[in-house]
Ligand binder design. Structure first.
Ligand code: FES
Ligand SMILES: [Fe+2]
Length: 445
Protein backbone atom coordinates (compact mmCIF):
# COMPACT_ATOMS: atom_id res chain seq x y z
CA UNK A 1 0.00 0.00 0.00
CA UNK A 2 1.33 3.43 -0.86
CA UNK A 3 2.43 5.80 1.91
CA UNK A 4 -0.17 8.40 0.93
CA UNK A 5 -2.93 5.84 1.42
CA UNK A 6 -1.48 4.64 4.71
CA UNK A 7 -1.44 8.25 5.94
CA UNK A 8 -5.08 8.71 4.90
CA UNK A 9 -6.12 5.50 6.65
CA UNK A 10 -4.34 6.54 9.81
CA UNK A 11 -6.23 9.85 9.83
CA UNK A 12 -9.47 8.02 9.13
CA UNK A 13 -8.78 5.56 11.93
CA UNK A 14 -8.33 8.35 14.44
CA UNK A 15 -11.51 10.00 13.17
CA UNK A 16 -13.47 6.74 13.16
CA UNK A 17 -12.88 6.37 16.88
CA UNK A 18 -14.93 9.47 17.55
CA UNK A 19 -17.43 9.56 14.69
CA UNK A 20 -20.96 10.41 15.68
CA UNK A 21 -22.83 9.01 12.70
CA UNK A 22 -22.53 8.15 9.04
CA UNK A 23 -20.60 10.48 6.72
CA UNK A 24 -22.59 13.32 5.20
CA UNK A 25 -24.25 12.24 1.97
CA UNK A 26 -23.79 8.52 2.59
CA UNK A 27 -26.66 6.59 0.98
CA UNK A 28 -29.51 5.20 3.01
CA UNK A 29 -29.82 1.54 2.12
CA UNK A 30 -33.16 0.32 0.75
CA UNK A 31 -34.94 -2.83 1.88
CA UNK A 32 -33.50 -5.95 0.19
CA UNK A 33 -36.13 -8.37 -1.06
CA UNK A 34 -35.84 -11.82 0.64
CA UNK A 35 -36.49 -13.44 -2.75
CA UNK A 36 -32.86 -12.77 -3.63
CA UNK A 37 -32.00 -15.57 -1.19
CA UNK A 38 -34.88 -17.99 -1.79
CA UNK A 39 -36.07 -17.57 -5.37
CA UNK A 40 -34.81 -20.18 -7.84
CA UNK A 41 -34.91 -17.60 -10.66
CA UNK A 42 -32.31 -15.40 -8.95
CA UNK A 43 -30.21 -18.45 -8.05
CA UNK A 44 -30.17 -19.57 -11.69
CA UNK A 45 -29.09 -16.11 -12.83
CA UNK A 46 -26.21 -16.19 -10.33
CA UNK A 47 -25.14 -19.55 -11.67
CA UNK A 48 -25.06 -18.32 -15.25
CA UNK A 49 -23.76 -14.78 -14.89
CA UNK A 50 -21.70 -14.85 -11.69
CA UNK A 51 -20.18 -18.27 -11.05
CA UNK A 52 -19.45 -18.90 -14.72
CA UNK A 53 -18.01 -15.44 -15.28
CA UNK A 54 -15.93 -14.62 -12.20
CA UNK A 55 -12.44 -15.53 -11.07
CA UNK A 56 -12.82 -18.27 -8.46
CA UNK A 57 -10.23 -19.62 -6.04
CA UNK A 58 -9.61 -23.25 -6.94
CA UNK A 59 -6.64 -24.11 -4.76
CA UNK A 60 -3.01 -23.56 -3.86
CA UNK A 61 -0.02 -24.86 -5.77
CA UNK A 62 1.15 -26.79 -2.67
CA UNK A 63 -1.83 -29.09 -3.26
CA UNK A 64 -0.27 -30.23 -6.53
CA UNK A 65 3.41 -29.61 -5.89
CA UNK A 66 5.10 -31.65 -8.65
CA UNK A 67 4.66 -32.27 -12.36
CA UNK A 68 1.95 -34.92 -12.78
CA UNK A 69 0.04 -33.98 -9.63
CA UNK A 70 -3.64 -33.26 -10.07
CA UNK A 71 -6.55 -32.07 -8.00
CA UNK A 72 -10.21 -32.44 -8.94
CA UNK A 73 -12.54 -29.57 -8.15
CA UNK A 74 -16.33 -29.42 -8.34
CA UNK A 75 -17.31 -26.29 -6.48
CA UNK A 76 -19.41 -24.90 -9.32
CA UNK A 77 -22.59 -26.89 -9.88
CA UNK A 78 -22.42 -28.98 -13.04
CA UNK A 79 -18.80 -28.13 -13.91
CA UNK A 80 -16.33 -30.88 -12.97
CA UNK A 81 -12.78 -29.52 -13.16
CA UNK A 82 -9.33 -31.06 -12.98
CA UNK A 83 -6.25 -29.00 -12.13
CA UNK A 84 -3.06 -30.48 -13.52
CA UNK A 85 0.56 -29.66 -12.79
CA UNK A 86 1.99 -30.25 -16.27
CA UNK A 87 5.37 -31.76 -17.06
CA UNK A 88 6.41 -28.28 -18.21
CA UNK A 89 5.84 -26.98 -14.64
CA UNK A 90 2.69 -25.01 -15.42
CA UNK A 91 -0.59 -25.46 -13.54
CA UNK A 92 -3.65 -25.62 -15.80
CA UNK A 93 -7.34 -26.28 -15.29
CA UNK A 94 -9.46 -28.38 -17.64
CA UNK A 95 -13.00 -29.66 -17.67
CA UNK A 96 -12.73 -33.09 -16.04
CA UNK A 97 -14.61 -34.55 -18.99
CA UNK A 98 -13.42 -37.15 -21.45
CA UNK A 99 -13.61 -36.02 -25.07
CA UNK A 100 -15.02 -39.40 -26.14
CA UNK A 101 -18.44 -39.78 -24.55
CA UNK A 102 -18.12 -37.19 -21.82
CA UNK A 103 -17.49 -39.32 -18.72
CA UNK A 104 -15.69 -37.58 -15.87
CA UNK A 105 -12.09 -38.74 -16.09
CA UNK A 106 -11.47 -39.27 -12.42
CA UNK A 107 -13.27 -38.74 -9.14
CA UNK A 108 -10.12 -38.96 -7.01
CA UNK A 109 -9.62 -35.72 -5.10
CA UNK A 110 -5.84 -35.73 -5.59
CA UNK A 111 -3.31 -37.88 -7.43
CA UNK A 112 -0.07 -37.99 -9.36
CA UNK A 113 0.15 -39.48 -12.85
CA UNK A 114 2.11 -39.19 -16.06
CA UNK A 115 -1.00 -39.98 -18.03
CA UNK A 116 -4.64 -40.36 -17.04
CA UNK A 117 -6.84 -43.01 -18.66
CA UNK A 118 -10.58 -42.61 -18.83
CA UNK A 119 -12.00 -45.65 -17.08
CA UNK A 120 -14.90 -46.08 -19.53
CA UNK A 121 -13.18 -46.88 -22.87
CA UNK A 122 -9.59 -46.10 -22.04
CA UNK A 123 -8.75 -42.87 -23.87
CA UNK A 124 -5.49 -41.60 -22.38
CA UNK A 125 -4.52 -37.97 -21.69
CA UNK A 126 -1.21 -36.56 -20.50
CA UNK A 127 -0.79 -34.07 -17.67
CA UNK A 128 -0.90 -31.14 -20.08
CA UNK A 129 -4.37 -32.15 -21.24
CA UNK A 130 -3.33 -33.64 -24.59
CA UNK A 131 -4.96 -36.83 -25.80
CA UNK A 132 -2.08 -39.28 -26.30
CA UNK A 133 -3.82 -42.49 -27.35
CA UNK A 134 -7.19 -44.10 -27.94
CA UNK A 135 -8.09 -47.77 -28.15
CA UNK A 136 -8.90 -49.17 -31.61
CA UNK A 137 -8.04 -45.99 -33.45
CA UNK A 138 -8.69 -47.87 -36.72
CA UNK A 139 -12.41 -47.55 -35.94
CA UNK A 140 -12.20 -43.74 -35.90
CA UNK A 141 -11.26 -42.91 -39.52
CA UNK A 142 -9.19 -39.76 -40.05
CA UNK A 143 -9.06 -39.18 -36.30
CA UNK A 144 -6.73 -36.34 -35.32
CA UNK A 145 -5.78 -36.76 -31.66
CA UNK A 146 -4.48 -33.20 -31.46
CA UNK A 147 -8.08 -31.96 -31.82
CA UNK A 148 -9.31 -33.96 -28.84
CA UNK A 149 -7.36 -32.64 -25.87
CA UNK A 150 -9.17 -31.80 -22.65
CA UNK A 151 -11.07 -28.52 -22.85
CA UNK A 152 -9.02 -25.90 -21.02
CA UNK A 153 -10.39 -23.44 -18.47
CA UNK A 154 -8.67 -20.10 -17.93
CA UNK A 155 -6.21 -20.39 -15.08
CA UNK A 156 -4.18 -17.63 -13.44
CA UNK A 157 -2.00 -17.56 -10.35
CA UNK A 158 -1.90 -14.98 -7.58
CA UNK A 159 1.34 -15.97 -5.93
CA UNK A 160 0.70 -19.64 -5.15
CA UNK A 161 -3.08 -19.36 -5.19
CA UNK A 162 -4.80 -20.82 -8.23
CA UNK A 163 -7.78 -19.00 -9.76
CA UNK A 164 -9.96 -20.20 -12.61
CA UNK A 165 -12.61 -18.53 -14.76
CA UNK A 166 -15.05 -20.35 -17.06
CA UNK A 167 -15.46 -17.23 -19.19
CA UNK A 168 -12.92 -17.03 -22.03
CA UNK A 169 -13.71 -13.35 -22.49
CA UNK A 170 -13.29 -12.28 -18.86
CA UNK A 171 -10.67 -9.64 -18.08
CA UNK A 172 -7.52 -11.09 -16.55
CA UNK A 173 -7.37 -11.79 -12.82
CA UNK A 174 -5.05 -8.91 -11.84
CA UNK A 175 -7.17 -6.41 -13.77
CA UNK A 176 -10.34 -7.69 -12.17
CA UNK A 177 -8.84 -7.45 -8.67
CA UNK A 178 -7.42 -3.98 -9.34
CA UNK A 179 -5.98 -2.25 -6.29
CA UNK A 180 -6.54 -5.13 -3.89
CA UNK A 181 -4.69 -7.57 -6.16
CA UNK A 182 -1.76 -5.15 -5.99
CA UNK A 183 -1.98 -5.01 -2.20
CA UNK A 184 -2.17 -8.81 -1.94
CA UNK A 185 1.13 -9.20 -3.75
CA UNK A 186 2.91 -6.14 -2.33
CA UNK A 187 1.89 -6.43 1.31
CA UNK A 188 0.98 -10.05 1.92
CA UNK A 189 3.62 -11.99 -0.05
CA UNK A 190 1.24 -14.55 -1.57
CA UNK A 191 4.15 -16.18 -3.37
CA UNK A 192 5.65 -17.26 -0.01
CA UNK A 193 2.55 -18.96 1.41
CA UNK A 194 2.04 -22.58 2.44
CA UNK A 195 -1.18 -24.47 3.21
CA UNK A 196 -1.58 -25.01 6.95
CA UNK A 197 -5.21 -26.15 6.92
CA UNK A 198 -7.83 -26.95 4.31
CA UNK A 199 -11.33 -27.94 5.39
CA UNK A 200 -14.94 -27.51 4.27
CA UNK A 201 -18.34 -27.79 5.88
CA UNK A 202 -21.88 -27.71 4.62
CA UNK A 203 -24.22 -24.96 5.81
CA UNK A 204 -28.01 -25.19 5.48
CA UNK A 205 -28.43 -21.76 3.91
CA UNK A 206 -28.17 -19.84 0.68
CA UNK A 207 -24.51 -19.11 -0.18
CA UNK A 208 -25.01 -15.33 0.04
CA UNK A 209 -25.90 -15.58 3.71
CA UNK A 210 -22.51 -17.23 4.28
CA UNK A 211 -20.71 -14.45 2.40
CA UNK A 212 -22.70 -11.77 4.16
CA UNK A 213 -21.98 -13.26 7.57
CA UNK A 214 -18.31 -12.71 6.78
CA UNK A 215 -18.39 -9.17 5.44
CA UNK A 216 -19.90 -7.14 8.22
CA UNK A 217 -18.65 -6.54 11.73
CA UNK A 218 -21.89 -5.26 13.25
CA UNK A 219 -22.50 -8.71 14.80
CA UNK A 220 -19.09 -9.17 16.39
CA UNK A 221 -19.85 -7.67 19.79
CA UNK A 222 -23.03 -9.71 20.09
CA UNK A 223 -22.16 -13.20 18.87
CA UNK A 224 -18.34 -13.28 19.22
CA UNK A 225 -18.18 -11.79 22.70
CA UNK A 226 -16.30 -14.83 24.01
CA UNK A 227 -14.00 -15.55 21.08
CA UNK A 228 -13.19 -11.94 20.10
CA UNK A 229 -13.58 -10.08 23.40
CA UNK A 230 -11.41 -7.09 22.53
CA UNK A 231 -12.89 -6.32 19.18
CA UNK A 232 -13.97 -2.71 18.69
CA UNK A 233 -16.29 -3.30 15.76
CA UNK A 234 -18.41 -0.20 16.03
CA UNK A 235 -15.34 1.80 15.13
CA UNK A 236 -14.45 -0.51 12.23
CA UNK A 237 -14.19 1.11 8.83
CA UNK A 238 -14.76 -0.28 5.41
CA UNK A 239 -13.54 0.47 1.92
CA UNK A 240 -15.53 -0.41 -1.18
CA UNK A 241 -13.48 -1.17 -4.29
CA UNK A 242 -14.55 -1.32 -7.92
CA UNK A 243 -15.79 -4.74 -9.05
CA UNK A 244 -17.65 -5.59 -5.83
CA UNK A 245 -14.47 -6.13 -3.81
CA UNK A 246 -14.23 -4.57 -0.35
CA UNK A 247 -12.16 -4.39 2.78
CA UNK A 248 -12.82 -3.97 6.45
CA UNK A 249 -10.31 -2.46 8.82
CA UNK A 250 -10.83 -3.88 12.25
CA UNK A 251 -9.38 -2.66 15.48
CA UNK A 252 -8.56 -5.44 17.86
CA UNK A 253 -6.29 -5.59 20.82
CA UNK A 254 -5.19 -9.15 21.46
CA UNK A 255 -5.79 -10.68 24.87
CA UNK A 256 -2.61 -10.10 26.80
CA UNK A 257 -1.09 -11.91 29.74
CA UNK A 258 0.61 -10.02 32.60
CA UNK A 259 3.80 -9.63 30.55
CA UNK A 260 1.88 -8.01 27.74
CA UNK A 261 2.19 -10.95 25.36
CA UNK A 262 -0.68 -11.68 23.01
CA UNK A 263 -2.32 -14.96 23.85
CA UNK A 264 -4.98 -15.43 21.25
CA UNK A 265 -5.11 -15.58 17.47
CA UNK A 266 -2.19 -15.39 15.10
CA UNK A 267 0.48 -13.34 16.81
CA UNK A 268 1.54 -10.05 15.36
CA UNK A 269 5.06 -9.11 14.43
CA UNK A 270 5.94 -7.31 17.65
CA UNK A 271 4.75 -10.32 19.67
CA UNK A 272 7.09 -12.76 17.95
CA UNK A 273 8.62 -13.85 21.24
CA UNK A 274 5.36 -15.40 22.51
CA UNK A 275 5.92 -18.94 23.80
CA UNK A 276 3.70 -22.02 23.75
CA UNK A 277 4.66 -24.95 25.99
CA UNK A 278 8.23 -23.65 25.97
CA UNK A 279 8.42 -23.73 22.20
CA UNK A 280 9.71 -20.61 20.58
CA UNK A 281 7.44 -19.52 17.77
CA UNK A 282 9.84 -19.73 14.85
CA UNK A 283 7.24 -19.80 12.13
CA UNK A 284 8.35 -17.64 9.21
CA UNK A 285 6.75 -14.21 9.07
CA UNK A 286 5.47 -12.15 6.20
CA UNK A 287 8.48 -9.91 5.50
CA UNK A 288 6.36 -7.26 3.76
CA UNK A 289 3.45 -6.63 6.15
CA UNK A 290 3.27 -2.85 6.41
CA UNK A 291 3.06 -1.23 9.84
CA UNK A 292 -0.56 -0.23 9.43
CA UNK A 293 -1.64 -3.77 8.47
CA UNK A 294 0.36 -5.04 11.42
CA UNK A 295 -1.50 -2.80 13.87
CA UNK A 296 -5.05 -3.24 12.63
CA UNK A 297 -6.68 -6.25 10.99
CA UNK A 298 -7.43 -5.97 7.29
CA UNK A 299 -10.08 -8.35 5.97
CA UNK A 300 -10.74 -8.31 2.24
CA UNK A 301 -13.57 -9.81 0.31
CA UNK A 302 -13.07 -10.47 -3.35
CA UNK A 303 -16.14 -10.65 -5.52
CA UNK A 304 -18.15 -12.80 -5.52
CA UNK A 305 -17.44 -15.38 -2.85
CA UNK A 306 -14.09 -15.15 -1.13
CA UNK A 307 -12.88 -13.57 2.06
CA UNK A 308 -9.22 -13.16 2.98
CA UNK A 309 -7.89 -12.10 6.34
CA UNK A 310 -7.27 -10.86 8.89
CA UNK A 311 -3.65 -10.80 7.77
CA UNK A 312 -1.33 -11.52 10.65
CA UNK A 313 2.43 -11.69 10.61
CA UNK A 314 2.36 -15.51 10.56
CA UNK A 315 -0.42 -16.10 8.09
CA UNK A 316 -4.08 -15.56 7.28
CA UNK A 317 -7.45 -17.22 6.82
CA UNK A 318 -9.17 -17.61 3.45
CA UNK A 319 -12.83 -18.58 3.17
CA UNK A 320 -14.68 -19.38 -0.05
CA UNK A 321 -18.46 -19.73 0.01
CA UNK A 322 -20.04 -21.97 -2.60
CA UNK A 323 -23.66 -22.53 -3.60
CA UNK A 324 -24.48 -26.24 -3.62
CA UNK A 325 -28.24 -25.60 -4.03
CA UNK A 326 -30.67 -22.75 -3.48
CA UNK A 327 -30.86 -23.57 0.22
CA UNK A 328 -27.45 -25.07 0.92
CA UNK A 329 -23.95 -23.66 0.82
CA UNK A 330 -20.44 -24.89 1.43
CA UNK A 331 -17.89 -23.02 3.51
CA UNK A 332 -14.39 -23.85 2.26
CA UNK A 333 -11.75 -22.86 4.77
CA UNK A 334 -8.00 -22.43 4.33
CA UNK A 335 -5.30 -21.21 6.65
CA UNK A 336 -2.14 -20.11 4.89
CA UNK A 337 1.17 -19.64 6.67
CA UNK A 338 4.50 -18.49 5.31
CA UNK A 339 7.41 -20.74 4.40
CA UNK A 340 7.44 -24.36 3.32
CA UNK A 341 5.51 -27.50 4.21
CA UNK A 342 7.69 -27.93 7.33
CA UNK A 343 6.67 -24.57 8.79
CA UNK A 344 3.02 -25.55 8.22
CA UNK A 345 3.58 -28.27 10.84
CA UNK A 346 4.51 -25.85 13.65
CA UNK A 347 2.95 -26.67 17.03
CA UNK A 348 1.55 -23.15 17.07
CA UNK A 349 -0.83 -23.74 14.17
CA UNK A 350 -3.41 -26.03 15.81
CA UNK A 351 -4.10 -23.30 18.37
CA UNK A 352 -4.58 -20.63 15.72
CA UNK A 353 -6.64 -22.85 13.45
CA UNK A 354 -8.91 -23.82 16.37
CA UNK A 355 -9.34 -20.15 17.27
CA UNK A 356 -10.35 -19.21 13.72
CA UNK A 357 -12.78 -22.15 13.47
CA UNK A 358 -14.37 -21.32 16.83
CA UNK A 359 -15.26 -17.85 15.54
CA UNK A 360 -16.65 -19.22 12.28
CA UNK A 361 -18.75 -21.81 14.12
CA UNK A 362 -20.46 -19.03 16.00
CA UNK A 363 -21.31 -17.39 12.69
CA UNK A 364 -22.76 -20.61 11.37
CA UNK A 365 -25.33 -20.89 14.16
CA UNK A 366 -26.72 -17.46 13.35
CA UNK A 367 -26.59 -17.85 9.58
CA UNK A 368 -28.84 -20.90 9.96
CA UNK A 369 -31.24 -18.78 11.99
CA UNK A 370 -31.30 -16.13 9.26
CA UNK A 371 -32.07 -18.81 6.66
CA UNK A 372 -35.04 -19.95 8.75
CA UNK A 373 -36.32 -16.39 8.90
CA UNK A 374 -35.67 -15.51 5.29
CA UNK A 375 -37.92 -18.26 3.91
CA UNK A 376 -40.86 -17.13 6.06
CA UNK A 377 -43.72 -15.19 4.48
CA UNK A 378 -43.44 -12.98 7.53
CA UNK A 379 -40.05 -11.71 6.38
CA UNK A 380 -40.44 -8.08 5.30
CA UNK A 381 -36.94 -7.78 3.80
CA UNK A 382 -33.44 -6.90 4.93
CA UNK A 383 -32.50 -3.45 6.30
CA UNK A 384 -28.80 -2.63 6.37
CA UNK A 385 -26.84 -0.03 8.35
CA UNK A 386 -23.59 1.80 7.58
CA UNK A 387 -21.39 -0.99 8.98
CA UNK A 388 -23.06 -3.38 6.53
CA UNK A 389 -22.27 -1.33 3.42
CA UNK A 390 -20.19 -4.18 2.01
CA UNK A 391 -23.36 -6.32 1.77
CA UNK A 392 -25.09 -3.63 -0.25
CA UNK A 393 -21.98 -3.33 -2.45
CA UNK A 394 -21.94 -7.11 -3.02
CA UNK A 395 -25.63 -7.20 -3.96
CA UNK A 396 -25.50 -4.17 -6.23
CA UNK A 397 -22.51 -5.69 -8.00
CA UNK A 398 -24.27 -9.05 -8.42
CA UNK A 399 -27.19 -7.33 -10.15
CA UNK A 400 -24.92 -5.36 -12.48
CA UNK A 401 -22.98 -8.53 -13.30
CA UNK A 402 -26.19 -10.44 -14.05
CA UNK A 403 -27.56 -7.49 -16.03
CA UNK A 404 -30.30 -5.58 -14.22
CA UNK A 405 -32.70 -6.04 -17.14
CA UNK A 406 -32.37 -9.84 -16.78
CA UNK A 407 -33.64 -9.79 -13.18
CA UNK A 408 -37.37 -9.90 -12.34
CA UNK A 409 -38.24 -6.44 -11.08
CA UNK A 410 -39.22 -7.54 -7.58
CA UNK A 411 -35.85 -9.26 -7.07
CA UNK A 412 -33.62 -6.33 -8.02
CA UNK A 413 -31.75 -4.24 -5.49
CA UNK A 414 -31.72 -0.45 -5.82
CA UNK A 415 -28.35 0.84 -6.98
CA UNK A 416 -27.65 3.53 -4.38
CA UNK A 417 -23.90 3.48 -3.82
CA UNK A 418 -22.53 6.22 -6.04
CA UNK A 419 -18.99 6.20 -7.44
CA UNK A 420 -18.04 8.86 -4.91
CA UNK A 421 -18.09 6.17 -2.17
CA UNK A 422 -15.96 3.72 -4.17
CA UNK A 423 -12.17 3.75 -3.74
CA UNK A 424 -10.24 5.91 -4.61
CA UNK A 425 -13.02 8.54 -4.84
CA UNK A 426 -14.01 7.86 -1.24
CA UNK A 427 -10.67 9.21 0.00
CA UNK A 428 -11.69 12.77 -0.89
CA UNK A 429 -15.16 12.24 0.66
CA UNK A 430 -13.74 10.98 3.95
CA UNK A 431 -11.11 13.74 4.06
CA UNK A 432 -13.93 16.28 3.59
CA UNK A 433 -16.00 14.56 6.27
CA UNK A 434 -13.09 14.73 8.74
CA UNK A 435 -12.57 18.40 7.97
CA UNK A 436 -16.30 19.15 8.35
CA UNK A 437 -16.51 17.27 11.65
CA UNK A 438 -13.41 18.99 13.05
CA UNK A 439 -14.77 22.42 12.16
CA UNK A 440 -18.12 21.58 13.79
CA UNK A 441 -16.35 20.26 16.87
CA UNK A 442 -14.15 23.33 17.22
CA UNK A 443 -17.17 25.59 16.82
CA UNK A 444 -18.95 23.72 19.61
CA UNK A 445 -16.01 24.06 22.00
S1 FES B 1 -16.01 -41.80 -22.22
FE1 FES B 1 -13.90 -41.74 -21.88
S2 FES B 1 -13.07 -43.24 -23.14
FE2 FES B 1 -15.19 -43.33 -23.53
FE1 LIG C 1 -18.66 -13.45 12.56
Amino acid sequence: MEQEQIDHFRRRLAFTDTRQGVPEGYPDFPIIHPGRYIDQRYFDLEQTHVFRKSWLMAGHSDQLPEPGCFKTWDRVIGEPVILFHGKDGQIRAFYNICRHRGATLTNKPYGKVRTLACAYHGWIYDNQGDLVSIRDQRDFPDFDKSCYGLKPIRTEMLGKMIFINFDDDAEDLRTSLGQIGKEFMEDYAFEMTCVVEHDAWVAPCNWKLLVEGGIENYHVRTIHRQTLPNYRENQGMHTLYPGGHSRDTILQEGLKDEDGLVLDGFVRRHDAEVLLDDHEDDRPMNPRLNDLANEVGFIYSTHPNMQMGPFYSRGFVVSCYWPTSLTQGLHEFYVFGYGDAESAKSVFWPRDVAQAKAVLNEDLDFIEMVQKGIVSRGNMGVKLGYLEARLQHLNETLDRQIGIENIPEDLRIDQVIGDEWIWPNDIARYEAEMERTNVAREAAE
